[in-house]
Design a protein around this ligand. Structure first.
Ligand code: ADP
Ligand code: MG
Length: 729
């Protein structure tokens, strides 16, 4: 058995480093070369078709069939020139990956000749047999049809020999079966609501987009070692493995120099990313050994989401060229840091203003304060939903551990802004601020960004932190689609901005001046949302106590967290904004329960198999050797001498017996517990049973396996160890 580990190690050690030869041309010359972007549309489309696409991208106008035919033909001409032979509707079903079904352009013309064909109909809509994608009960099994429909706001691209067209995915009855559909709706809602509020400050604003910059953390391990770890292959994380003597305690990995083989991998996927128009910018070593981060420059939210899922997919593929496996799991290894996906979020206007960036004059600063305070209010009101939006089986290992934000949602804004909000709040009731005070307050805001941006001591423990000109949602898990948390956040913000407008208009109707009305409403919101603001150490125990006093929830169980989707408050949020119907929302929640159950079930099965087939047999084999040795000692030496000599070995023999018996007993218990859980019909209850009754066996059993790893002869140990997985590169 150990043979697999040693042959994997030999392969890993003997790997040659193949440097990747980057294109000689500067990035600006090939950036986006595989994307059917505006420049190419201009070249390949008629003026009429081009104007229609722009309208669809910018105003969401519909494209009629005749025009769609023209666009399809231009797109095909470009793609064929690029070497594409196939096309696919590329979509994001409610699993953690993307989906595509390829069709060739090939067709017969009327005269029987083979031609490349691609029509507006095929561009606009497809009907993939979708019966194997999760639908949460929305799609009947006899009605397997699902529709994919073109999303013109995310440009088509060529990968390999395939033209990929970003699409939404809906059921026959029109319900969303993907993440993109509700995301587009939430973005539309926040656009409308924010434009209405911006109108108080600037009549030229007619479009607000949400911007998103995604920092993606990941681990790399040697492919041969990966293949020798069935747990990592099947579950994405190591279910066992004793801590390496050295891991991240020397803090020598963070921002360290990147090893050559890793650099070659990064170079290649970055080049491919550039070709697809993904503006990757930052790369660095992360805190844990073999952990890295990649961050593109922010983009419009929908595009940034597509780019993130595309990037993850590409990383997985290209890692293979360098004999690496990339792990996007939130917690692939115990004892060291896990991976997150920081989602940097802001709102930007068509006039080029970032609404979270304090401006240069008092007017724009009142606008800044308005958006800041409304964000805090939205986060306060929907903290439980935001928490739910980052809940997943993988993230359950990360949130709440002392390396990642806790399961308590709070917002950090920094001392200067806190002082400012406190000052504003003090003017309670109807006490008016003097014009001087108002101007002073607005002017003070101007100083904020430089202070915050320069402040290297930003609070890294906060799940939702203001970082100078954007909020950073840090609780998102590394494997998640950023769409899920962005749906929740942008919806919450849209609802809040609508509420704000209503409140201000009510006062204006009562003849309160606009500025004063805004101040009064903000003041009220500052007080109401105060409990969500926390500037201290989010990892501390005091915060847990304090948060409880403030009425903030601290839900570490993901199944319990999902309940927030089904509260009247959340349902109203989604339905009133037309983001999701109750049926769609409920279907998604069913999928979450089911997914959670299956993931823990798989982990439990893999654990059972591995310990019984890999670990326990080698432990017993080694124990037998020890027993034979002890017997030999007894034969050779007299009783007294034997006792002295065999003492340590007898201890080991007993220890092995203890751990093996414990493991065997617990595995049997775990199997019985699964049988009980599997009989539960109600999906939520079943997931809950898995979360509360089965999940705990994994760590319990693991503890004893890891102890055995320390005792059993290294020559026998079948699975690559942490020190090998994490340090060979
Ligand atoms: P840090 O690691 O300090 O959090 P990084 O520079 O690694 O910061 O990442 C910051 C991310 O935030 C980048 O993706 C960046 O493009 C993004 N970002 C910057 N400004 C905005 C903005 N206005 N809206 C959304 N994202 C932004
Ligand atoms: Mg960050």
């Amino acid at each position: 058995m150990a043979a697999i580990r040693f042959s994997a190690l030999a392969t890993a050690f003997e790997r040659e480093i193949k440097p990747y030869s980057k294109p000689k041309a500067p990035v600006s010359e090939y950036f986006g070369c595989n994307v059917f972007d505006k420049k190419k549309m201009k070249k390949y489309l008629s003026n009429e078709a081009y104007t229609h696409v722009l309208g669809a991208i910018e105003q969401g106008t519909r494209i009629d069939r005749k025009i769609a035919d023209q666009i399809a033909s231009g797109m095909k001409a470009w793609a064929v020139e690029m070497g594409a032979t196939h096309y696919t509707h590329w979509f994001q079903p409610l699993t953690e990956s993307t989906a595509e079904k390829h069709d060739a352009f090939i067709d017969f013309a009327d005269d029987g000749q083979v031609i490349e064909s691609f029509s507006g109909k095929l561009l606009a809509q497809q009907e993939p047999d979708a019966s194997s994608f999760p639908s949460g009960g929305i799609r009947n099994t006899f009605e397997a049809r699902g529709y994919t429909a073109w999303d013109p706001s995310s440009p088509a691209f060529v990968i390999g020999n395939t033209l990929s067209i970003p699409t939404i995915f809906v059921s026959y009855t029109g319900e969303a079966l993907d993440n993109k559909t509700p995301l587009l709706k939430a973005l539309h809602a926040v656009d409308k609501a924010a434009v209405d509020v911006c109108q108080y400050f600037d009549k030229d604003v007619n479009k607000v987009i949400a911007t998103l910059g995604v920092e993606q953390e990941y681990f790399l391990i040697d492919e041969a070692l990966y293949n020798a770890r069935p747990d990592i292959v099947l579950t994405g994380r190591s279910l066992m493995g004793h801590a390496s003597a050295k891991d991240q305690q020397l803090e020598d990995h963070y921002f360290g120099s990147i090893p050559e083989r890793v650099t070659a991998f990064i170079d290649e996927f970055e080049t491919e990313a550039y070709k697809l128009g993904i503006p990757v910018k930052t790369r660095h070593d992360e805190v844990a050994p073999n952990q890295f981060e990649c961050a593109p420059i922010f983009e419009e939210c929908n595009l940034a989401v597509d780019h993130n899922v595309l990037l993850m997919d590409m990383m997985r593929r290209i890692a293979r060229h360098h004999k690496f496996a990339v792990l996007h799991h939130e917690k692939p290894f115990n004892h060291i840091n896990g991976s997150g996906k920081h989602c940097n979020w802001a709102l930007a206007t068509n006039t080029g203003v970032n609404l979270f960036s304090p401006g240069k004059n008092p007017k724009s600063n009142l606008q800044f304060l308005t958006f800041l305070v409304n964000t805090l209010k939205a986060v306060h009101k929907h903290a439980d939903l935001l928490r739910a939006s980052v809940a997943s089986p993988g993230n359950a290992h990360r949130l709440g551990a002392n390396e990642a934000p806790p399961a308590i949602i709070s917002a950090f804004i920094g001392k200067q802004l806190t002082d400012m909000l406190n000052a504003l709040e003090k003017k309670v009731g109807n006490e008016k601020m003097s014009p001087n005070e108002k101007t002073e307050l607005k002017l003070n805001v101007i100083k904020v960004p430089s202070i915050l941006l320069d402040n290297t001591d930003r609070n890294r423990t906060s799940p939702f932190a203001f970082t100078g000109n954007k909020f950073e949602f840090r609780a998102v898990g590394s494997s998640a689609s950023p769409a899920v948390s962005m749906i929740a956040l942008n919806s919450a913000m849209a609802e809040q901005l609508k509420e704000f407008k209503k409140d201000v208009d009510k006062l204006i109707e009562k003849d309160v001046k606009k500025d004063e009305a805004i101040f009064q409403v903000l003041r009220k919101y500052i007080t109401e949302s105060k409990p969500i603001r926390f500037e201290g150490n989010n990892y501390s125990d005091e915060w847990k106590k304090e948060a409880k006093k403030r009425g903030l929830t601290n839900i570490s169980n993901p199944v319990e967290a999902f309940d927030a989707y089904l509260t009247p408050k959340s349902k109203k949020l989604f339905t009133s904004l037309d983001v999701m119907t109750d049926r769609e929302n409920e279907a998604r929640t069913h999928i979450r329960w089911d997914y959670y159950t299956k993931r823990v079930q798989i982990e439990a099965r893999v654990m059972g198999d591995l310990v019984m087939n890999h670990v326990v047999p080698v432990a017993i084999r080694y124990q037998s050797e020890l027993i034979a040795n002890v017997k030999g000692l007894k034969e050779l030496f007299g009783d007294k001498e034997y006792k002295e000599l065999a003492g340590a070995r007898l201890e080991l023999i007993k220890n092995i017996s203890y751990h093996v018996s414990y493991i065997k007993a617990k595995v049997s218990e775990m199997i019985e517990a699964r049988k009980v859980a599997n009989k539960i019909e109600n999906e939520r209850e079943k997931a809950m049973e898995y979360a509360t009754k089965i999940f705990c066996y994994l760590d319990d059993i693991r503890y004893h396996v890891d102890k055995l790893e320390l005792i059993v002869d290294d020559e026998y140990w079948p699975l690559p160890k942490y020190r090998e997985l994490l340090f060979i590169r």
